[in-house]
Design a protein around this ligand. Sequence first.
Ligand code: 5RP
Length: 233
Amino acid sequence: MKWENPLYNTLSWSGEIDNRQEKEKAAKTVSKKVSNGDIIGVGSGSTSLLALEAIGRRVREEAMEVKAIPTSKEAALNCAYFGVPTTTLTDERPSWGFDGADEVDGERNLIKGRGGALLAEKLVMASSPLTYILVDSRKFVKKLGEKSSVPIEVDPRAIHLVETELIKSFHVESVQLRMAVSKDGPVITESGNVIFDVKFQNLNHKMEYEVKAIPGVVETGLFLGYSVEILTS
Ligand code: 5RP
């Protein structure tokens, strides 16, 4: 099959990716899971990009018919770039999905959202019977929250309320509003919200529900108890 995508010929897609070799191995493994007719949830972040690249190669070379449900505009553009057609969660349910993670514990619970796509990533993961989590060795922790902050997506009108409640009701080391790289304002998510990166002193699973009970909290980066399989290098 001759693949004609002007984007592919004119743009160079992936820049610097840390731990690239390890991420590429997990990406290759997940690309072998694809079957004709699959509807695949596609995560955001650098490991998901590499996985999509490997899947796109198979789809083109083997003329496979698959569809992707991207978890961000970035992932949607990557699907276009690699020639994988897309659908939406409103129209179809995923047969399975793949995504990266920032931390993984021994019970396959995750912290996600460094890339800011946590809301769509959780919706797609919760809709999918199985999600492959692609991680390099640095992502494994004994206890969730050991290294990473927990991203919390918040309606911008509630920033003062949520910050006050987090400090009052939880033992937090820090609560930081995620700022744009340019530092001229906060990061705004695709759903028009802001993100707090919160370092909890002693993270436990109950906090997922307790934090979400604060008015204005839209989603958290704690992904607990989902049907996931960890793929690593
Ligand atoms: C984006 C995410 C990513 O999956 C997570 O940050 C891992 O990223 P990478 O694969 O680049 O290490 O949750 O919201």
